[in-house]
Design a protein around this ligand. Sequence first.
Ligand SMILES: Cc1cc2nc3c(=O)[nH]c(=O)nc-3n(C[C@H](O)[C@H](O)[C@H](O)COP(=O)(O)OP(=O)(O)OC[C@H]3O[C@@H](n4cnc5c(N)ncnc54)[C@H](O)[C@@H]3O)c2cc1C
Length: 428
Amino acid sequence: MLPSRASVVVVGGGPAGFMAAIAAAEAAGGRFPGGVLLLESTPEPLHKVLISGGGRCNVTHACWDPRLLVDHYPRGGKALRGPFSRFATGDTVAWFQAHGLELVEEPDGRLFPRSNRSSSVVETLRRAAIATGVVLHTAQAGQTAQALPGGGFRLRLRSGAELEAEHLVLATGSHPSGLRIAASLGHGLVAPVPSLFTLTLADHPLVDLAGVAMDPVQLELLLTPLPGIAATATKPQRQRGPVLITHWGLSGPATLRLTAFAARALRERRYRAGLRVDWTGGRKPAELEGWFADARLEQARRQLGNWRPWPDLSRRLWLHLLALVGVDASLRWADLPRRSEQALITALRDSRYQISGRGPFGEEFVTAGGIPLSEVNLATMESRVQPGLFLVGELLDVDGVTGGFNFQHCWSSGWLAGQALAAQRTCS
Ligand SMILES: Cc1cc2nc3c(=O)[nH]c(=O)nc-3n(C[C@H](O)[C@H](O)[C@H](O)COP(=O)(O)OP(=O)(O)OC[C@H]3O[C@@H](n4cnc5c(N)ncnc54)[C@H](O)[C@@H]3O)c2cc1C
């Protein structure tokens, strides 16, 4: 049975909502007489946690210094230094450890549960909620909220039920219902746009190479100025890292990072832009010329198709580039004309493609946009517009690149809100 009153009502049973509810209940040590209520609109909470990281849940990233951590947030950035200086990656690892879940670091810095199952993260959060007395109600969607004259809120649910809360936490992710509730309480909105998506290439010139992965590759967006539109500043528009060639274009961490940082600029251009690809990962021409000189000398009798200038260069890509610049792969290294060498070095360092859209499967994992950070006290996650209202997680205009950074923001913002809620309770 849904009670008619609660000290704290958290709307949204995702990672940010669970963390806020658990942290509040733990920090208050049971001193919320009306209890902490967690409302989730679907039958099962923590759905995104369950499907995240390919069913393994990339909980956070081994970036321990808050000053460096903020560089992974295209929206949020430096403003997150304060929150992360109070609860960052190390705190997340310790928090989960204290609640019975060990996180293990992979060579690329991503941290996963030792079980390699996202269900362990879900179980840990659910167990911690029960242990701290947080009461979860599923299939209960918050619809509207009204601030009461004497403080507190009246929340109306989609079912028609109503309840009063001394403190209200909105943790509804990118769902429009949470943004609507926040707007009705006086909040603005930075228009949501997709972030973290793959790229479709026009007439896909690399389609025969689908499945080829290269690391590192340097990608640079070539954005044309738009007449009459002040293009959103997007820094940096160059990314370096692993790239995967797909059946429709490009994917992989460097592509996702590029699209995250340029999410708005690409949207303004309807996902049409030029792309410069440096398959060497940013190596200087002199270094490549050195490798070519070595190959001419040491592999003189070998055919070009059978010896690549450096071993990590994909053979399929090398053969593609040879054909592109019109060099016969059966030519011996000793016979490679100088001008063909220059053409190959240019193709390796400066291949140009046209982006014609986002990837076809809606791969975006997060939404850029939401409640502006200027409207939130980032030390407590309390609204500057409506006292007693707390805003956490993806609902805010914060998003990170792939690698566990989005969950990290949920853990940090949820934990901070929890501490502030408990502190307000203790003081009153
Ligand atoms: C496929 C996929 C994989 C991902 N993998 C990773 C990863 O490995 N690492 C990483 O860091 N990030 C990952 N992300 C991003 C990450 O899942 C999100 O950033 C994160 O879940 C946001 O958490 P949240 O609590 O703010 O919102 P959500 O997780 O969206 O939770 C919000 C909850 O609120 C509920 N809700 C919405 N409206 C209402 C309402 N009106 N009343 C009550 N309940 C409501 C929703 O049903 C939902 O359960 C992934 C995302 C996707 C889609």
